[in-house]
Structures are given as structure tokens and as C-alpha cells.
Design a protein around this ligand. Structure first.
Ligand code: 4NP
Length: 161
């Protein structure tokens, strides 16, 4: 498998991590040299929504900012993903804990919080699914955009030096 794998992980893979995948992939189109070196995907720690597109609220609010999430489909993360992805980036601490619990002993990639790349060490992308109205989905996008920019900067330095 060629390219450095980048995997975004949340709980359901229908709100936060597909938003991260869609935003990061869209931003990468401005960085063809970096994009050629990467593979991007997202997954959820729970299997509630397998095969489903993102939540309609995520899709609609992302579309307003020019991001198309409509073709993404939910899947569950598994141990095999640690062999396929070098960066595994969690949206919240629960996601990170669940990932650490299945991390194979030999994994030598980066398993951590996505918002670390926004300069927000340890911060979480709050889950908008049950508790928030449109404002929560906007907040997800704000945080994801900032971290995606930071991750692109990090990967440019790391891979293209
Ligand atoms: P996500 O949000 O983890 O950002 O995709 C959720 C989506 C669905 C559920 C929880 C969180 N759920 O419990 O169905």
C-alpha cells in the first residue's frame, strides 16, 4: 500500500470524523505535492451507522462552506487499521481510549488527538450528535478547519521537509 495513511476517528463516523476527512481532503487539493504522498480515510469506534452517509446536519453545514461529504460512508475502525495508517487521529478522549485499547503492540505511528494539530493540546472536538443544534455542527467545522491546516503544515515539514 503506497502513501502515508491518515485516519480520522470518532464514535459514529457520521459527524466529526467524516467532516475531518472531507475538510482535510478538500484542503489537500491545494497541496498536490503533499496529496500525492497521502491516503485519507475516516472510521468510527462504534458500528451503529455502518454504510450510512454522514448526518444530514453535517452534510448541509459543510456544503455551505464548500465541502462535499455526501459520498462518504461510515465504517468501524479495527486493529487492522493500525497496519494501514501511520496517523490515527481521535476527535475526543473516549475515542482515543478505545483506540489505545485495540492498538497492536508493534504500532509505531502517531496515535493522538486531532486538535493537537490546532495547537489545542488535549482538546476535544465536541460530539454534536445528540446535544447541539446547528451551532454545534458549525463549531465542529471551525475546529476541524483549524486542525486540518495545522496537520497539513506538520505533514509538509515531516514528509516534504
Ligand atoms: P460522531 O457523532 O461520533 O461525530 O459521528 C455521533 C454519531 C452517532 C452517535 C454518536 C455520535 N450515535 O450514538 O448514534
Amino acid at each position: 500500500m503506497s502513501g502515508v495513511g491518515i485516519l480520522f476517528v470518532c464514535l459514529g463516523n457520521i459527524c466529526r470524523s467524516p467532516t475531518a476527512e472531507g475538510v482535510f481532503a478538500a484542503k489537500l487539493t491545494e497541496h498536490a505535492d503533499l496529496a500525492a504522498r497521502l491516503r485519507v480515510d475516516s472510521a468510527g469506534t462504534a458500528a451503529y451507522h455502518l454504510g450510512n452517509p454522514p448526518d444530514s446536519r453535517s452534510t448541509a453545514i459543510a456544503a455551505r462552506r464548500g465541502y462535499d461529504l455526501s459520498t462518504l460512508r461510515a465504517r468501524a475502525v479495527g486493529r487492522e487499521d493500525f497496519a494501514r495508517f501511520r496517523y490515527i487521529l481521535a476527535m475526543d478522549r473516549q475515542n482515543l481510549g478505545n483506540l489505545k485499547a485495540i492498538r497492536p503492540a508493534g504500532f509505531d505511528g502517531h496515535l493522538g488527538m486531532f486538535l493537537d494539530f490546532a495547537g489545542m493540546r488535549g482538546a476535544e472536538v465536541p460530539d454534536p450528535y445528540y446535544t447541539s443544534g446547528d451551532r454545534g455542527f458549525e463549531e465542529v467545522l471551525d475546529l476541524v478547519e483549524a486542525a486540518a491546516d495545522g496537520l497539513i503544515g506538520h505533514l509538509r515539514r515531516e514528509l516534504l521537509g
